[in-house]
Design a protein around this ligand. Structure first.
Ligand SMILES: [Zn+2]
Length: 138
């Protein structure tokens, strides 16, 4: 079993369990993966980042959590910058090339639009998007 954070077009996020990654895709194709808030089938896998608190912990601890999240993201970003290859605007192409040609097992990161990201997901290419603080670049 695998747990995904899902995000709906209504903006709500929620967690759901699936048999496996293909299980989610199959359910989504049949429009059986539905938002628990509005019932829409326009749901997709949401941001994946380690140890982020779920939305259900919200508000009272919000400020503290935001600080923690920020610290975790900085750490996560440092890890990615150190271990992954920055392909910048070529991310979508590189991700496809890795998926289809299996030419390298090195992780990559870069930029993709939400549309490109959802295209990759529909092709079965696992991508994760994380909030990235552009201001701290340069
Ligand atoms: Zn919804």
């Amino acid at each position: 079993m695998i747990k995904y954070n899902l995000i709906c077009k209504c903006g709500e996020t929620f967690e759901s369990w699936f048999l496996n990654s293909a299980g989610f895709d199959a359910l989504r194709k049949k429009k059986l993966a539905r938002c628990i808030y509005c019932g829409s089938s326009s749901v997709k896998k949401s941001v994946m980042a380690p140890n982020l608190p779920s939305k259900s912990n919200k508000i009272s601890k919000k400020n503290k959590l935001e600080k923690n999240i920020k610290e975790q993201l900085v750490g996560f970003r440092k890890y990615i910058e150190k271990n992954y290859k920055n392909v910048g605007e070529n991310f979508t192409r590189e991700a496809r090339s890795i998926h289809y040609d299996k030419k390298t097992s090195q992780g990559i990161y870069g930029k993709a639009t939400p549309e490109e990201t959802s295209e990759l997901l529909e092709e079965g290419i696992e991508v994760a998007s994380i909030p990235w603080d552009e201001k701290s670049e340069n």
